[in-house]
Design a protein around this ligand. Structure first.
Ligand code: VG1
Ligand code: CO
Length: 543
């Protein structure tokens, strides 16, 4: 093999965020931008000589170009084998499964997830470690440090590799195996869920609509829901992955899936609606006349998981990100199992899952998953819901209302202010942090503050500490406001305001969410002066 060492100069902005390095496509198209980053990842790892690397992406624009580069750099750096999804496709949870199943050294996931794609859109690269999960901060910090001083990368001179045909080929002495992106993942799902029961549900006339948003889950959902579970053809819509996601925004929330929401609110609409994001790790769940917030979905899945064969022995514990509502905490309490609160981002769940301390994890941002992989998993959540519906023989709305009547309801919403000026957003957070120490005990908007801090996480497994993970202000009545800046945006800053209020089991569960949270929304505004500082009259996205 002839390895070429190419001189390069560092880019100052290759700092991985909440989930990998996300930038505008044009940024990634700069000379050596991809090469620098991938070489910096490999330079931060040890012992991969001769080992296997998994590569796959969500099919977005520039995936094909970046994958060819990645394979060449992997060959030049001494990997023994690359496993790559056919057409370069692997959903994020499927990539996690492939890494685990084939005991690979790690994997590169090429995706900017829910961010829009296309030449004007975003691109991203994330490195996952051998447990199948996102690299922990120790590694992402090392990668960033390396990008700042990198002066060369290694590659090989070879024509483009054919990714269209399943099978094995050799690239300058390294084996490249193109695999079916769906097969292993579908088998994993079949091992966890009662496919016969779900097939029976569809056979009974249950109607579902699944929006793949022109993104990566199309082939997975079609194979599993329609071909294996017998859902009628057409159940999966927008099922062909497109590099620009059909010029849409592949974020499964009530803004970008408004049509589906409206359909589910009609009398003759389907019984169940679901969607997932660009890379297939998020899920949106809507029942007839009932949107299930991701925080509630986490609690409901945890409370009912034992109804699916894969979890019939019960769950060891639950973990949720700090801004996620405390609905799941009540389930953990009732089940007498561990409950953990981690910073935003799936990488913080890895240690707890590996240690067997938790089985189910979730985030308010439409991410739920379990110890079957080390990523959140959109289709997994949909299938667990279907399994529960099939066993309980009740509708979504009925199940949700029953849950609230026994656990109480955590009214919950998130207000996003997207693409605001970064300096303004940072100043807003800094000013808020300064005020925190004096806040406890004072009253704001008629509510007394019980605690106010900037969340610091102490990982109970490896003892690592992650500070400044979000400002949280808790009130004596149990309600809570959290503010943090997004780590996945690519333009300016995105301010996220998370609002939560608990209503006991015998309380009112039928209020409009925004109405129920209005006093808290006003307090958040009073505290942070969001609208006057950002010049916005309201949030750009409400979830
Ligand atoms: C967002 C979500 C977070 C999620 C992350 C990656 O991060 O809030 O919960 O883990 O996206 O999800 P941030 O830093 O923008 O708030 V995905 O599906 O975009 O990989
Ligand atoms: Co995603």
């Amino acid at each position: 093999m002839t390895v070429k060492t190419i001189k390069t100069t560092p880019y100052p902005d290759q700092k991985p965020g909440t989930s990998g390095l996300r930038k505008r496509v044009a940024v990634y198209q700069q000379p050596n931008y991809v090469e620098n980053y991938i070489q910096a990842i490999f330079d931060s790892l040890e012992g991969f000589e001769g080992k296997t690397l998994v590569i796959g992406g969500d099919g977005r624009y520039y995936n094909d170009v970046a994958i060819q580069k990645a394979i060449r750099i992997a060959a030049a750096n001494g990997f023994g084998k690359v496993l790559v999804g056919q057409g370069g496709l692997l959903s994020t949870p499927a990539a996690s499964n492939i890494i685990r199943h084939y005991e690979a050294f790690g994997g590169l996931v090429l995706s900017a997830s829910h961010n829009p794609g296309g030449p004007q859109g975003d691109f991203g690269i994330k490195y996952n470690v051998s447990n199948g999960g996102p690299a922990p901060e120790k590694i992402t910090d090392a990668v960033f440090a390396r990008t700042k001083v990198i002066d060369s990368y290694k590659t090989v001179d070879t024509p483009d590799i054919d990714l269209g045909t399943i099978g094995t080929q050799s690239v300058e002495g390294m084996t490249v195996e193109v695999i079916d992106p769906v097969k292993d993942y579908a088998a994993l799902m079949q091992s966890l869920f009662d496919f016969d029961a779900i097939r029976g549900l569809f056979a009974s006339g249950f109607r579902m609509t699944y929006d793949a948003m022109h993104a990566v889950t199309g082939p997975y959902a079609t194979a599993i829901l329609e071909d294996m579970l017998g859902a009628p053809a057409g159940t999966v819509v927008n099922g062909t992955p497109s590099p620009s996601f059909g010029d849409g925004h592949p974020d499964p929330n009530l803004v970008y899936c408004k049509d589906m929401f409206d359909l589910l609110m009609t009398a003759d609409g389907p019984d169940f609606g679901a969607a997932s994001d660009g890379d297939g790790d998020r899920n949106l769940i809507i029942g007839k006349n009932r949107f299930v917030t991701p925080s509630d979905s986490l609690a409901l899945l945890a409370a009912n998981a034992h109804l699916a064969p894969g979890y019939s022995k019960g769950i060891a514990g639950i973990a949720r990100s700090m801004p996620t509502s405390a609905a799941a905490d009540r389930v953990a309490e009732k089940l007498g199992i561990e409950m953990h609160e981690t910073p935003t981002g799936w990488k913080f769940f890895g240690n707890l899952l590996d240690a067997g301390r938790v089985t189910i994890c979730g985030e308010e941002s439409a991410g739920t998953g379990s110890d079957h992989v080390r990523e959140k998993d959109g289709l997994w959540a949909v299938l667990l819901w279907l399994n529960i519906l099939a066993v309980r023989k009740q509708g979504v709305d009925e199940i949700v209302q029953e849950h609230w009547r026994s656990y109480g309801r955590n009214y919950y919403t998130r207000h996003d202010y997207e693409e605001v000026d970064a300096a303004t957003a940072n100043q807003l957070m800094d000013d808020l942090r300064v005020k925190l120490p004096e806040m406890a005990g004072t009253a704001i908007g008629g509510k007394r503050v019980a605690y106010a801090d900037d969340f610091t996480y102490h990982d109970p497994v490896d003892g690592s500490i992650s500070a400044k993970q979000g400002v949280r202000i808790g009130f004596e009545d149990g309600s809570r406001i959290v503010l943090r800046l997004s780590g996945t945006g690519t333009v300016g800053a995105t301010l996220r305001v998370y609002l939560e209020r608990y209503e006991p089991a015998d309380g009112r569960h039928d209020l409009d969410t925004q109405e129920a949270l209005k006093p808290l929304i006003e307090i958040a505004e009073e505290l942070a002066k969001i609208q006057s500082r950002t010049g916005r009259s309201g949030p750009s996205v409400i979830t």
